[in-house]
Write a protein of this length. Sequence first.
Length: 360
Amino acid sequence: MVPADTTHTILARFPGDLTGAWAQSVVALARPGARVFAADVLSVDVGTTTRVRVAVDHDASDLPRRWFAKLPSLSWQARAITALPRLLQAEARFYHEVAGAVPVLLPEVLAGQIRLGWGSTLVLEDVTEGGATAGAPGDAWTAEQAGLAVDELARLHAAFWEHPGLSGRYRWLAGPTRRTEDALGSALAVPLMGRGLRRAGEAVPRGLRGSAMSYARRRRDWMRLLGDAPRTLVHHDVHPGNFFWRDGRPGLLDWHLVRAGDAAGDLAYFLGTALRVETRRAHEDRLLARYGEALAAGGVPPLPAEILRRRYRVQLAYPFEAMVLTLAVGGLMERRANLELIRRTSAAVADHETFAAGPA
Protein backbone atom coordinates (compact mmCIF):
# COMPACT_ATOMS: atom_id res chain seq x y z
CA MET A 1 0.00 0.00 0.00
CA VAL A 2 1.29 3.47 -0.86
CA PRO A 3 1.23 5.86 2.12
CA ALA A 4 -0.95 8.90 1.51
CA ASP A 5 1.03 11.19 3.87
CA THR A 6 2.01 14.36 2.02
CA THR A 7 4.07 15.89 4.85
CA HIS A 8 7.19 14.37 3.27
CA THR A 9 7.55 15.12 -0.43
CA ILE A 10 9.13 12.37 -2.52
CA LEU A 11 8.14 13.71 -5.93
CA ALA A 12 11.10 13.75 -8.30
CA ARG A 13 11.61 14.48 -11.98
CA PHE A 14 15.23 13.52 -12.60
CA PRO A 15 17.53 10.74 -11.39
CA GLY A 16 19.74 13.41 -9.83
CA ASP A 17 16.87 14.30 -7.48
CA LEU A 18 17.23 10.92 -5.76
CA THR A 19 19.59 12.08 -3.03
CA GLY A 20 20.03 11.06 0.59
CA ALA A 21 17.51 13.73 1.60
CA TRP A 22 14.99 12.32 -0.85
CA ALA A 23 15.59 8.79 0.48
CA GLN A 24 15.06 10.07 4.02
CA SER A 25 11.62 11.36 2.96
CA VAL A 26 10.79 7.91 1.55
CA VAL A 27 11.88 6.23 4.77
CA ALA A 28 9.86 8.71 6.81
CA LEU A 29 6.78 7.49 4.96
CA ALA A 30 7.64 3.80 4.96
CA ARG A 31 9.32 3.40 8.38
CA PRO A 32 8.94 6.54 10.51
CA GLY A 33 11.91 7.03 12.81
CA ALA A 34 14.47 5.22 10.66
CA ARG A 35 17.51 7.10 9.38
CA VAL A 36 19.19 7.24 5.96
CA PHE A 37 22.96 7.65 5.72
CA ALA A 38 23.49 7.64 1.95
CA ALA A 39 21.78 7.05 -1.38
CA ASP A 40 23.49 6.24 -4.69
CA VAL A 41 21.95 5.87 -8.15
CA LEU A 42 22.99 2.53 -9.66
CA SER A 43 21.31 2.62 -13.07
CA VAL A 44 18.82 4.59 -15.16
CA ASP A 45 16.50 3.08 -17.78
CA VAL A 46 14.25 5.36 -19.84
CA GLY A 47 11.03 4.03 -21.38
CA THR A 48 7.39 4.83 -20.72
CA THR A 49 8.73 5.93 -17.34
CA THR A 50 12.22 6.65 -16.08
CA ARG A 51 13.21 3.66 -13.93
CA VAL A 52 16.04 4.25 -11.49
CA ARG A 53 17.74 1.67 -9.30
CA VAL A 54 19.01 3.21 -6.07
CA ALA A 55 21.19 1.76 -3.29
CA VAL A 56 20.23 3.19 0.10
CA ASP A 57 22.15 2.84 3.36
CA HIS A 58 19.74 3.08 6.32
CA ASP A 59 19.09 1.59 9.75
CA ALA A 60 15.62 0.09 9.17
CA SER A 61 16.07 -3.65 9.64
CA ASP A 62 12.97 -4.61 7.62
CA LEU A 63 13.41 -2.22 4.69
CA PRO A 64 15.10 -3.14 1.38
CA ARG A 65 18.45 -1.51 0.65
CA ARG A 66 17.97 -1.51 -3.10
CA TRP A 67 15.05 0.47 -4.41
CA PHE A 68 13.37 0.83 -7.79
CA ALA A 69 12.06 4.37 -8.33
CA LYS A 70 9.70 5.23 -11.19
CA LEU A 71 9.63 8.84 -12.38
CA PRO A 72 8.05 10.62 -15.37
CA SER A 73 9.88 9.60 -18.52
CA LEU A 74 12.89 11.61 -19.70
CA SER A 75 11.92 10.68 -23.27
CA TRP A 76 9.82 13.36 -24.93
CA GLN A 77 8.26 10.71 -27.18
CA ALA A 78 7.15 8.70 -24.16
CA ARG A 79 5.86 11.79 -22.35
CA ALA A 80 3.82 12.75 -25.40
CA ILE A 81 2.12 9.34 -25.36
CA THR A 82 1.73 8.92 -21.59
CA ALA A 83 0.94 12.43 -20.33
CA LEU A 84 -2.81 12.47 -21.04
CA PRO A 85 -3.49 8.86 -19.93
CA ARG A 86 -1.45 9.56 -16.74
CA LEU A 87 0.02 6.07 -16.72
CA LEU A 88 2.37 6.52 -13.77
CA GLN A 89 -0.44 8.02 -11.70
CA ALA A 90 -2.63 5.03 -12.56
CA GLU A 91 0.08 2.62 -11.39
CA ALA A 92 0.54 4.49 -8.12
CA ARG A 93 -3.21 4.40 -7.56
CA PHE A 94 -3.29 0.68 -8.32
CA TYR A 95 -0.74 -0.02 -5.60
CA HIS A 96 -2.56 2.25 -3.17
CA GLU A 97 -6.12 1.00 -3.72
CA VAL A 98 -6.12 -2.38 -5.44
CA ALA A 99 -2.87 -4.28 -4.91
CA GLY A 100 -3.82 -5.58 -1.47
CA ALA A 101 -6.58 -7.68 -3.05
CA VAL A 102 -4.45 -9.01 -5.93
CA PRO A 103 -3.54 -12.70 -5.42
CA VAL A 104 -0.34 -12.71 -7.51
CA LEU A 105 3.22 -11.83 -6.55
CA LEU A 106 3.92 -8.08 -6.56
CA PRO A 107 6.95 -6.06 -5.48
CA GLU A 108 6.81 -4.40 -2.08
CA VAL A 109 5.80 -0.74 -2.32
CA LEU A 110 7.73 1.66 -0.10
CA ALA A 111 6.01 4.93 -0.97
CA GLY A 112 4.32 6.85 -3.74
CA GLN A 113 2.85 10.27 -4.36
CA ILE A 114 0.67 11.79 -7.05
CA ARG A 115 0.41 15.46 -7.92
CA LEU A 116 -1.87 16.42 -10.79
CA GLY A 117 -0.17 18.52 -13.42
CA TRP A 118 3.27 17.69 -12.02
CA GLY A 119 3.70 13.96 -12.20
CA SER A 120 4.08 11.05 -9.83
CA THR A 121 6.84 9.15 -8.10
CA LEU A 122 6.58 5.50 -7.11
CA VAL A 123 9.20 3.69 -5.02
CA LEU A 124 9.28 -0.11 -4.89
CA GLU A 125 11.70 -2.76 -3.75
CA ASP A 126 14.28 -3.87 -6.26
CA VAL A 127 13.08 -7.47 -6.47
CA THR A 128 16.57 -8.73 -7.28
CA GLU A 129 17.79 -7.87 -3.76
CA GLY A 130 15.81 -10.74 -2.28
CA GLY A 131 17.02 -13.23 -4.87
CA ALA A 132 14.27 -12.75 -7.44
CA THR A 133 15.11 -12.66 -11.15
CA ALA A 134 13.68 -9.84 -13.25
CA GLY A 135 12.54 -10.62 -16.78
CA ALA A 136 13.58 -8.91 -19.98
CA PRO A 137 11.29 -8.11 -22.94
CA GLY A 138 13.06 -10.46 -25.33
CA ASP A 139 13.03 -13.50 -23.03
CA ALA A 140 11.69 -16.72 -24.53
CA TRP A 141 9.80 -18.88 -22.04
CA THR A 142 9.55 -22.64 -21.94
CA ALA A 143 6.16 -24.34 -22.05
CA GLU A 144 6.58 -25.25 -18.38
CA GLN A 145 7.23 -21.64 -17.39
CA ALA A 146 4.30 -20.51 -19.49
CA GLY A 147 2.03 -22.96 -17.67
CA LEU A 148 2.95 -21.37 -14.33
CA ALA A 149 2.25 -17.90 -15.69
CA VAL A 150 -1.10 -19.05 -17.12
CA ASP A 151 -2.04 -20.31 -13.65
CA GLU A 152 -1.18 -16.92 -12.13
CA LEU A 153 -3.18 -15.02 -14.74
CA ALA A 154 -6.18 -17.27 -14.09
CA ARG A 155 -5.81 -16.67 -10.34
CA LEU A 156 -5.77 -12.90 -10.92
CA HIS A 157 -8.74 -12.93 -13.28
CA ALA A 158 -10.84 -15.25 -11.13
CA ALA A 159 -10.38 -13.01 -8.08
CA PHE A 160 -11.92 -10.03 -9.91
CA TRP A 161 -14.31 -11.78 -12.31
CA GLU A 162 -17.39 -9.55 -12.64
CA HIS A 163 -16.32 -8.04 -9.29
CA PRO A 164 -18.80 -5.46 -7.97
CA GLY A 165 -15.88 -3.18 -7.20
CA LEU A 166 -15.26 -2.73 -10.91
CA SER A 167 -18.40 -0.59 -11.05
CA GLY A 168 -17.93 0.67 -7.49
CA ARG A 169 -14.74 1.57 -5.64
CA TYR A 170 -12.53 0.51 -8.57
CA ARG A 171 -14.62 2.10 -11.29
CA TRP A 172 -11.69 4.36 -12.20
CA LEU A 173 -10.17 1.29 -13.87
CA ALA A 174 -12.60 1.87 -16.74
CA GLY A 175 -13.01 5.61 -16.11
CA PRO A 176 -12.00 8.81 -17.92
CA THR A 177 -8.27 8.08 -17.83
CA ARG A 178 -8.68 4.79 -19.66
CA ARG A 179 -11.18 6.31 -22.11
CA THR A 180 -8.70 9.09 -22.83
CA GLU A 181 -6.01 6.51 -23.48
CA ASP A 182 -8.25 4.59 -25.90
CA ALA A 183 -9.26 7.79 -27.70
CA LEU A 184 -5.64 8.90 -28.04
CA GLY A 185 -4.66 5.46 -29.31
CA SER A 186 -7.37 5.55 -31.96
CA ALA A 187 -6.49 9.09 -33.04
CA LEU A 188 -2.83 8.17 -33.55
CA ALA A 189 -3.33 4.61 -34.77
CA VAL A 190 -2.97 5.17 -38.53
CA PRO A 191 0.21 7.30 -38.57
CA LEU A 192 1.88 5.23 -35.84
CA MET A 193 0.95 1.91 -37.43
CA GLY A 194 2.33 3.13 -40.77
CA ARG A 195 5.57 4.29 -39.19
CA GLY A 196 5.91 1.12 -37.11
CA LEU A 197 5.40 -1.15 -40.13
CA ARG A 198 8.05 0.75 -42.08
CA ARG A 199 10.52 0.45 -39.22
CA ALA A 200 9.68 -3.21 -38.63
CA GLY A 201 10.73 -4.25 -42.12
CA GLU A 202 10.63 -8.01 -42.60
CA ALA A 203 9.55 -8.61 -38.99
CA VAL A 204 5.97 -8.14 -40.27
CA PRO A 205 5.13 -10.32 -43.28
CA ARG A 206 4.15 -8.28 -46.31
CA GLY A 207 0.78 -10.04 -46.54
CA LEU A 208 -0.15 -8.80 -43.07
CA ARG A 209 0.49 -5.12 -43.64
CA GLY A 210 -2.73 -4.23 -45.42
CA SER A 211 -4.79 -5.90 -42.70
CA ALA A 212 -2.78 -4.09 -40.03
CA MET A 213 -3.50 -0.72 -41.61
CA SER A 214 -7.18 -1.62 -41.92
CA TYR A 215 -7.16 -2.47 -38.20
CA ALA A 216 -5.64 0.95 -37.45
CA ARG A 217 -8.28 2.76 -39.51
CA ARG A 218 -11.05 0.87 -37.68
CA ARG A 219 -9.43 0.85 -34.24
CA ARG A 220 -12.47 2.31 -32.46
CA ASP A 221 -14.63 -0.55 -33.77
CA TRP A 222 -11.94 -3.03 -32.73
CA MET A 223 -11.79 -1.58 -29.20
CA ARG A 224 -15.54 -2.07 -28.85
CA LEU A 225 -15.18 -5.67 -29.99
CA LEU A 226 -12.26 -6.37 -27.66
CA GLY A 227 -14.18 -4.89 -24.74
CA ASP A 228 -17.37 -6.88 -25.37
CA ALA A 229 -16.80 -9.60 -22.75
CA PRO A 230 -17.21 -10.24 -19.02
CA ARG A 231 -14.94 -7.84 -17.15
CA THR A 232 -12.18 -8.53 -14.69
CA LEU A 233 -8.94 -6.90 -13.59
CA VAL A 234 -6.37 -7.12 -16.39
CA HIS A 235 -2.71 -6.11 -16.43
CA HIS A 236 -2.85 -5.24 -20.16
CA ASP A 237 0.93 -5.31 -20.73
CA VAL A 238 1.88 -8.93 -20.05
CA HIS A 239 5.13 -9.27 -21.99
CA PRO A 240 8.19 -11.11 -20.60
CA GLY A 241 9.87 -7.93 -19.38
CA ASN A 242 7.05 -7.25 -16.94
CA PHE A 243 7.52 -10.49 -14.99
CA PHE A 244 9.88 -11.48 -12.23
CA TRP A 245 10.57 -14.90 -10.72
CA ARG A 246 10.75 -15.56 -6.98
CA ASP A 247 11.14 -19.08 -5.55
CA GLY A 248 9.99 -20.62 -8.81
CA ARG A 249 6.84 -18.51 -9.04
CA PRO A 250 6.23 -15.69 -11.55
CA GLY A 251 5.13 -12.26 -10.36
CA LEU A 252 4.03 -9.17 -12.26
CA LEU A 253 5.57 -5.69 -12.51
CA ASP A 254 4.63 -2.45 -14.29
CA TRP A 255 0.91 -2.05 -13.67
CA HIS A 256 0.62 1.33 -15.44
CA LEU A 257 -1.89 0.00 -18.00
CA VAL A 258 -4.07 -1.86 -15.47
CA ARG A 259 -7.81 -1.71 -16.21
CA ALA A 260 -11.13 -3.53 -16.21
CA GLY A 261 -11.31 -5.66 -19.34
CA ASP A 262 -11.44 -9.04 -21.04
CA ALA A 263 -9.33 -11.72 -19.35
CA ALA A 264 -8.49 -13.24 -22.74
CA GLY A 265 -6.61 -10.04 -23.53
CA ASP A 266 -3.93 -10.81 -20.93
CA LEU A 267 -3.77 -14.42 -22.08
CA ALA A 268 -3.29 -13.41 -25.72
CA TYR A 269 -0.73 -10.75 -24.85
CA PHE A 270 1.29 -13.23 -22.80
CA LEU A 271 1.24 -16.20 -25.17
CA GLY A 272 1.79 -13.94 -28.18
CA THR A 273 4.90 -12.26 -26.76
CA ALA A 274 6.54 -14.65 -24.27
CA LEU A 275 6.86 -17.78 -26.40
CA ARG A 276 8.94 -18.47 -29.46
CA VAL A 277 6.69 -19.12 -32.44
CA GLU A 278 7.38 -22.85 -32.55
CA THR A 279 6.82 -23.19 -28.78
CA ARG A 280 3.49 -21.39 -28.95
CA ARG A 281 2.31 -23.48 -31.89
CA ALA A 282 3.24 -26.72 -30.13
CA HIS A 283 1.69 -25.91 -26.74
CA GLU A 284 -0.95 -23.23 -27.34
CA ASP A 285 -4.00 -25.50 -27.19
CA ARG A 286 -2.82 -27.15 -23.98
CA LEU A 287 -2.09 -23.79 -22.35
CA LEU A 288 -5.51 -22.43 -23.31
CA ALA A 289 -7.14 -25.50 -21.78
CA ARG A 290 -5.01 -25.15 -18.65
CA TYR A 291 -6.07 -21.53 -18.30
CA GLY A 292 -9.75 -22.44 -18.62
CA GLU A 293 -9.40 -25.16 -15.98
CA ALA A 294 -7.56 -22.83 -13.60
CA LEU A 295 -10.21 -20.15 -14.10
CA ALA A 296 -12.96 -22.64 -13.21
CA ALA A 297 -10.95 -23.81 -10.17
CA GLY A 298 -10.96 -20.17 -9.04
CA GLY A 299 -14.76 -20.11 -8.98
CA VAL A 300 -15.52 -18.68 -12.41
CA PRO A 301 -18.49 -20.31 -14.20
CA PRO A 302 -17.10 -22.79 -16.75
CA LEU A 303 -16.06 -21.01 -19.94
CA PRO A 304 -16.65 -23.16 -23.05
CA ALA A 305 -13.41 -23.83 -24.87
CA GLU A 306 -14.73 -22.48 -28.17
CA ILE A 307 -15.67 -19.15 -26.56
CA LEU A 308 -12.27 -18.79 -24.89
CA ARG A 309 -10.52 -19.61 -28.16
CA ARG A 310 -12.65 -17.11 -30.08
CA ARG A 311 -11.89 -14.36 -27.55
CA TYR A 312 -8.20 -15.29 -27.60
CA ARG A 313 -8.16 -15.10 -31.40
CA VAL A 314 -9.47 -11.53 -31.61
CA GLN A 315 -7.49 -10.33 -28.60
CA LEU A 316 -4.22 -11.18 -30.38
CA ALA A 317 -4.74 -7.98 -32.40
CA TYR A 318 -3.83 -5.78 -29.45
CA PRO A 319 -0.36 -7.17 -28.55
CA PHE A 320 0.53 -6.99 -32.25
CA GLU A 321 -0.56 -3.34 -32.30
CA ALA A 322 1.23 -2.60 -29.03
CA MET A 323 4.55 -3.99 -30.25
CA VAL A 324 4.39 -2.22 -33.64
CA LEU A 325 3.43 1.10 -32.04
CA THR A 326 6.18 0.71 -29.44
CA LEU A 327 8.66 0.57 -32.32
CA ALA A 328 6.97 3.52 -34.03
CA VAL A 329 7.27 5.76 -30.97
CA GLY A 330 10.84 4.66 -30.30
CA GLY A 331 12.83 4.67 -27.09
CA LEU A 332 10.33 2.55 -25.14
CA MET A 333 12.00 -0.86 -25.57
CA GLU A 334 15.37 -2.12 -26.73
CA ARG A 335 15.07 -2.38 -30.53
CA ARG A 336 16.23 -5.97 -30.94
CA ALA A 337 13.77 -7.22 -28.32
CA ASN A 338 11.00 -5.08 -29.81
CA LEU A 339 11.54 -6.59 -33.27
CA GLU A 340 11.52 -10.11 -31.83
CA LEU A 341 8.18 -9.48 -30.11
CA ILE A 342 6.82 -8.08 -33.36
CA ARG A 343 7.87 -11.30 -35.12
CA ARG A 344 6.16 -13.41 -32.45
CA THR A 345 2.91 -11.45 -32.43
CA SER A 346 2.84 -11.24 -36.25
CA ALA A 347 3.05 -15.03 -36.43
CA ALA A 348 0.26 -15.43 -33.84
CA VAL A 349 -2.02 -13.01 -35.70
CA ALA A 350 -1.32 -14.78 -39.00
CA ASP A 351 -1.77 -18.28 -37.55
CA HIS A 352 -5.22 -17.37 -36.17
CA GLU A 353 -6.28 -15.09 -39.04
CA THR A 354 -7.08 -12.56 -36.34
CA PHE A 355 -7.83 -9.62 -38.59
CA ALA A 356 -10.41 -11.68 -40.49
CA ALA A 357 -12.31 -12.11 -37.21
CA GLY A 358 -12.63 -8.36 -36.63
CA PRO A 359 -15.73 -6.17 -36.52
CA ALA A 360 -18.15 -6.63 -39.39
